[in-house]
Design a protein around this ligand. Structure first.
Ligand code: SF4
Ligand code: SF4
Length: 341
């Protein structure tokens, strides 16, 4: 029998992105359905229906954007040789919760500031309540049916700090190096980072935090008494590279600001005069492209102003030396080339 529960517990049988709800709709009904989905969820179902999650990778047509073969949960479940996360001994990990617990009735109602009708709830929200669905499934299972996901061992790619660097400011570069090293050594509060999904979630979060620092090191302007670096929204948003989540306010606040502040980097999004906090974010949770500036400063224990200067100097030198590959070298704290300057 066709299994219509996705690997993260979403109901592919009723999912607005899947093939089934639209089967009986006329073209105009589907247009109305898509428009209502956008109002409720903030996203529009794609025209070419997803072929559903349990479809093996080699049977997903090249023309299908969904399901994504790169989905971490999908890959983790496949590597664990289980049907869905409900059978995993680490259930529920943060990667799963980030997807399967994100769209649920209370969250969507709070975002809309209004109650959902039962019809809207059933059509657009209930399919996505994957964590709830898997929790019910799990209660019916015997623990002997749980599987241990295969372990992934952490690899650090960090380059060691050069021994013979003769620069008057070497201590300040060392402070920047130490900050990057601490970012590498942090678990970002994640558990189960020996599993495929969590290991890659950690790697992604680390790269996002490093990109955030890189943006300030490369494009930040010293402001006020010179104690903090500031970037404007257009520069910030245009400089995110592959780290697109840096535009999601909840991710910025809950992961990037939180992690960096624990390491002594103060981060702030400051509204421009007359702009209300509520107007800084779109209804889908993205930071708007105007109305604010972002700033960072370093606390004294991580080097203060001198380290902030060294961050900018390091990023500039990386850019001169490596061009498009400069961010990659920044991520591994490659400072061996500094003697060339
Ligand atoms: S988008 Fe996800 S939940 Fe929806 S049909 Fe595809 S795999 Fe299933
Ligand atoms: S580790 Fe997380 S994503 Fe992987 S199978 Fe277990 S619950 Fe699912």
């Amino acid at each position: 029998m066709l299994n219509l529960i996705s690997k993260c517990g979403i109901d592919c049988g009723t999912c607005p992105w899947g093939p089934f709800p639209r089967e009986s709709m006329s073209e105009s009904e589907f247009e109305e359905f898509k428009a209502r989905a956008k109002q409720v969820l903030g996203f529009t179902p794609i025209r070419t229906a997803c072929v559903t999650c349990q479809t093996p990778d080699d049977q997903i047509p090249k023309t299908s954007k969904l399901p994504s073969k790169r989905c971490l949960i999908r890959q983790c479940v496949d590597k664990s040789d289980i049907e869905n996360c409900g059978y995993c001994s680490r259930f529920p990990c943060e990667t799963l919760k980030g997807t399967a617990d994100a769209w649920k009735r209370d969250v969507i109602e709070a975002k809309l500031g209004a109650s959902l009708s039962d019809v809207d709830y059933r059509r657009f929200v209930e399919p996505f309540e994957g964590l709830r669905r898997l929790t019910v499934l799990r209660e019916s299972l015997n623990p002997s049916e749980f599987a241990e996901p295969p372990k992934v061992s952490a690899k650090t790619k960090l380059v060691t700090f050069p021994k013979n660097l003769i620069l008057t400011e070497v201590e300040h570069f060392k402070q920047v190096y130490t900050l990057i090293k601490k970012i590498w050594n942090s678990s970002f509060g994640l558990q189960n980072t020996d599993t495929f999904a969590q290991y890659h979630t950690l790697e992604k979060q680390r790269t996002h935090v490093l990109r955030f620092l890189w943006i300030f090191g490369t494009y930040g302007k010293l402001d006020g008494d010179g104690s903090f670096l500031v970037v404007d929204p257009k520069t910030y948003l245009a400089s995110r590279g592959s780290e697109k989540q840096l535009a999601i306010w909840s991710f910025l606040k809950g992961v990037v600001f939180k992690e960096l502040s624990s390491l002594g980097v103060c981060c702030e999004r400051v509204p421009l005069t007359g702009v209300k906090i509520a107007d800084l974010t779109t209804c889908t949770g993205y930071v708007r492209n105007k109305g604010w500036v972002m700033s960072i400063s370093f606390e004294t224990q991580i080097g203060g102003l001198d380290a902030l200067w060294a961050l900018q100097s390091y990023c500039k030198k990386l850019d001169q030396k490596f061009g498009k590959k400069a961010f990659q070298q920044f991520c591994i704290a490659d400072m061996g080339f500094l003697f060339e300057f």
